[in-house]
Write a protein that binds this ligand. Structure first.
Ligand SMILES: Nc1nc2c(ncn2[C@@H]2O[C@H](COP(=O)(O)OP(=O)(O)OP(=O)(O)O)[C@@H](O)[C@H]2O)c(=O)[nH]1
Ligand SMILES: [Mg+2]
Ligand SMILES: [Zn+2]
Length: 301
């Protein structure tokens, strides 16, 4: 039985990549009702072929990584989004829609909570002469930052090199150009893209489901629907600090072991913010996420 890689899951049908070809498969009956056997984009699966077009998924290989979003409150639960992702590419637009540090930092925090490496892309650089400035807080955090214009074709070589040989999941706000970038990177790809509405400067969720595409023979890219907000996801308050690598690397310098980097005396993180070694926008995002995590952790709210 051959192995395949799941490219898409929609309505019980799976697009699976086998030996350089895509075929359609369904789940073998006994897998359908087992939640621990939910098949995800990126899963490596065992197939049984029943002819050139018909195949069933018989099992899932152990996952190297799992990208999950957690949601607290009444809808508490974990939603698995994709398997075997090597890196998360968080895309933002320099303009149209405006660069939104608070939203970008939610995306990076979710990827960090999943222990996945992060790459930051500042797209639509053709619309903003100072696009590079948006990336500075992320360079300071230690993330690779690539400034691109999908439409003018700038920065695509650097992005392609960053993607080579890896499975990369593209995420970020809606309308920032994730699908347009992937169309520019992958020969023959024609993902749907849409004009960002002038009035709201917001996209309209053109991409509706995660879908993976082979990047030649040099890896895979996953396009995902953009989000306007990714709300609370139930991170433990202590995990919030860990989701900001430039904080985590400095916390040994804080006077208190359990320092939350708020008003505690001798806080190395706040000192780094004051010196400009940590961006103020990152600190603001951290405080907001910490407040949310603490509120969510209190049972009476
Ligand atoms: N000026 C400019 N426009 C761009 C660039 N990249 C994408 N766009 C435009 O931005 C709009 C939205 O692009 P999409 O690729 O659909 O955005 P998306 O991030 O995939 O959006 P969702 O699928 O809703 O998450 C389209 O009109 C694109 O042509 C760019 O680098 N510069
Ligand atoms: Mg899209
Ligand atoms: Zn501190």
């Amino acid at each position: 039985m051959p192995d395949g890689i799941v490219l898409s899951c929609t309505g019980g049908r799976y697009g699976v990549y086998v030996d350089g070809h895509r075929l359609e498969a369904v789940l073998r009956g006994r897998m359908k009702h087992r939640s621990d056997e939910t098949v995800l984009v990126g899963d490596r699966v065992v197939l049984a072929l029943h002819g050139p077009e018909a195949a069933t998924i018989e099992g899932i290989h152990p996952r190297r990584t799992l990208l999950r979003r957690r949601s607290p409150g009444r809808a508490r639960g974990v939603r698995a989004l994709a398997a075997n992702i090597d890196q998360v590419v968080v895309v933002g637009a320099a303009r149209m829609p405006d660069w939104d540090p608070a939203l970008m930092d939610r995306f990076t925090a979710v990827a960090e909570a999943n222990d996945l490496p992060i790459v930051i892309v500042v797209n639509k650089a053709d619309l903003d002469a100072s696009a590079t400035a948006h990336g500075v807080p992320y360079r300071q955090a230690g993330y690779p930052v690539i400034v691109t214009s999908a439409t003018a074709g700038t920065g695509l070589g650097a992005l392609r090199r960053q993607l080579a040989g890896a499975v990369s999941l593209f995420t970020g706000p809606t309308g920032v150009g994730k699908s347009t970038l992937l169309n520019a990177l992958v020969p023959g790809l024609t993902l749907r893209t849409a004009v960002v509405s002038r009035r709201s400067h917001a996209g309209r969720h053109t991409t509706v489901a995660a879908e993976m595409h082979p990047l030649g023979d040099e890896g895979f890219v996953v396009d995902t629907p953009g989000l306007r907000d990714i709300g609370l996801w139930g991170l433990d308050p202590l995990e919030v600090g860990a989701a900001f690598p430039e904080f985590a690397s400095r916390r040994d310098g804080c006077r208190f072991d359990n320092c939350r980097h708020r008003d505690e005396p001798s806080c190395a993180v706040r000192a780094a913010v004051d010196r400009g070694d940590i961006a103020g926008t990152r600190y603001t995002s951290y405080r907001r996420l910490l407040d949310e995590a603490e509120a969510a952790a209190r049972p009476w709210t």
